[in-house]
Structures are given as C-alpha cells and as structure tokens.
Design a protein around this ligand. Structure first.
Ligand SMILES: Cc1cc2nc3c(=O)[nH]c(=O)nc-3n(C[C@H](O)[C@H](O)[C@H](O)COP(=O)(O)OP(=O)(O)OC[C@H]3O[C@@H](n4cnc5c(N)ncnc54)[C@H](O)[C@@H]3O)c2cc1C
Length: 296
C-alpha cells in the first residue's frame, strides 16, 4: 500500500507480489511533473493501465509513465477542466511560478456559437516550462486542456507553445488560440514587459480602501453593461487626449473586458512617463466578485 492508501505498483504495474499486477482505481499513480505519488482515479487512466498490465501479464514489457491529473467535466453549461499542477500545487512542489489569467471566445467572436473560455496558466519562472492549465466556461476548454497536456508531457516552454502550429478556421478556433495568447502573456510577464495584478489583489486593495486608480479602458457601452465597483472609464481611443486627467503619483491599474486593451493602455501610460502602472489579469470577464450593471 502506498502513501496515498492505494495499491503501490511499479511502472510495469506490478505490485509487491511478483504474481499480482494491479491497475485502475485501486492503484496509486506517479505525478509526471513532481515524480511524487498521487491518487487520481479516472477511466482514462484505468483503460490505458488495463492494457499495460495485460501485456505484462502475457510476458510483454510495457510501462506506464504516470499522470498529469488531466480531468474534464461538464457542470451545467460549463466545461471545467484541468491538467498538470495548480498554482498552489506547483508552489508546494518548490516551483517559483508565474501565472496567467486569460479569457476569450473559443472561436471567432462573429460565429454565433462562440462561447467564452477562461484559462489559468501556471508556468515555471526558471525554465519557462508550462506546468499546468485550468479551464472554465461555456466554450470548448477541453480542447485547450488536451493541447496543454500534450505540451506539458513534451516539456514545452511557453516560447514553444506561443508558436505552436494549431489549426485555425473561424467555426472552430481563433487565429491566435486561447492557449497561445496565454503563452504570449506568460512570455511578456517573464520578460518583464507585462506587470500584472490579480483580480483578488485588486479586490483586496478596494476592500482596504487603498488610494489607487482603477482604470477601465473599455468602450462606454461595455462600461454601462458591466463594470467594476470603484472603476473610472477612459476608453482606449481617447486615452492619449485625456492622459492629463490621470495622476502620476498614484498607482494605476488598467483593464478592459479581456485586459487586451488594458495592456495597451499600460504600455501607453508607461511611454508617457507613468511609473506605477499594472494590468489586471483576465479583465472584467474574469472578475469573480460582484459587478455593477446599468447606467452610471
Ligand atoms: C459517476 C461517475 C462518472 C465518472 N465519469 C468519468 C469520466 O467522465 N471520465 C473518467 O475518466 N472517469 C470517470 N469516472 C471514473 C471511472 O469510472 C473509473 O475511474 C473507472 O471506471 C475505474 O475503472 P476500474 O476498472 O479501475 O474500476 P471499476 O470500473 O470500478 O471496475 C471494478 C469492477 O470490479 C467489480 N468488483 C468489485 N468488487 C469485486 C469483487 N469482490 N469481486 C468481483 N468483482 C468485484 C465491480 O463491480 C466493478 O465492475 C467516473 C466515475 C463515476 C462513479
């Protein structure tokens, strides 16, 4: 019996008894990234292990490499999925991580069946390797999680991932896939050109009544539809002309619906001499707290 209280097997799925193999829900697995024992009972694993154990029982020599804990399930209309390590798991395993929150449609926005996917990427700061991805939303997160699982297994860095040759056509995907956008944000963060703050940290600052500017650079229509409490609006197209309205001696947190224009705004402000500027990860759609709706 292993440390997870499931049956301990070697990589050929042999138990401590040389005549007994074990596979499926009753066995302990090895986490491919950490090398540590883990218990992740899944049908996907059980089926592969059944084959490996059967070949070995019949005199063959197959090995099972371990798991990344890749899981997908449907929760009402949402696809909820993960692969690899979460931020906390990676930190507990000793990694210094960079995380990315990114939300966008799962195919071109003009397709009537486009649905949002929210992704969180966990990346090793030292090696720039992808360690884990979690997905949630009505869009096809499962596809991105399967790509991520392949990338993690292959030991890909975010630099590799950012230029992966994925298929693109508007009914199926984006020209820059959600995962590729996430990899590019991770690259920008690792290279020091994307200084970010998480929605949780922003919420804490609001809660503590800290003196900072929460700058939404969305369109007036988007702002009216949905905005963050305590935010002010300067649409990105008008920011250059209204830059004098912003204080240089206070921190400015920029964002928009997805924080793509928010990033653009941060670059613009920095170029204009603002020193204390950060982009809120994920934008309005990844704000997990209450939002304000309707006329200002
Ligand atoms: C509701 C539900 C949904 C799931 N959905 C998914 C999913 O979407 N994706 C996924 O990857 N995994 C899913 N799983 C997990 C997946 O079903 C299991 O990981 C997988 O079936 C494990 O296979 P196994 O052969 O190890 O065990 P099992 O499939 O549990 O097979 C064990 C068999 O042994 C029999 N048995 C037990 N005791 C004895 C005994 N004393 N003598 C003889 N026979 C015995 C049982 O009756 C059973 O038929 C789901 C599980 C549940 C419960």
């Amino acid at each position: 019996i292993g440390t997870t209280h499931a049956i301990k097997v070697d990589n050929r799925l042999l138990t401590s008894d040389p005549d007994i193999y074990a596979a499926g829900d009753c066995v302990e697995n090895t986490d491919i990234l950490t090398g540590r024992p883990c218990y992740v009972p899944l049908g996907s694993t059980a089926n592969k292990q059944g084959r490996v154990a059967a070949i070995n029982i019949c005199g063959g020599n197959e090995t099972f490499p371990g798991v990344l804990g890749t899981t997908v399930c449907r929760v009402f209309d949402y696809c909820v999925a993960r692969t690899g390590l979460t931020e906390h798991e990676a930190q507990a395993a000793g990694y210094d991580v960079v995380t990315v929150l990114t939300g966008s449609p799962d195919r071109e926005h003009f397709m009537p069946d486009a649905r949002v996917i929210m992704l969180k990427l966990v990346v090793d700061r030292l090696t720039r390797r992808l360690l884990g991805v979690q997905a949630v939303g009505p869009g096809h997160g499962d596809k991105r999680i399967d790509i991520a699982s392949t990338a993690i297994t292959a030991g890909m860095t975010v630099d590799h991932l950012a230029n992966l040759d994925l298929g693109y056509a508007p009914p199926y995907s984006l020209a820059m896939d959600n995962l590729i956008t996430g990899a590019n944000i991770a690259k920008n963060k690792l290279d020091g050109v994307f200084e970010s703050i998480t929605p949780m940290e922003v919420y804490q600052k609001l809660w503590n009544k800290e003196d900072f500017v929460l700058l939404d650079v969305s369109s007036p229509q988007e702002y009216e539809e949905e905005r963050l409490p305590g935010s002010i609006l300067i649409p990105i197209g008008t920011l250059r002309g209204r830059i004098h309205e912003l204080p240089k001696d206070r921190e400015i947190v920029t964002f928009c619906r997805l924080s793509i224009r928010g990033y653009e705004a941060a670059l613009l402000l920095k170029a204009a001499g603002f020193q204390n500027v950060r982009v809120m990860d994920g934008g309005v759609i990844m704000w997990p707290y209450e939002k304000v709706h309707g006329m200002t």
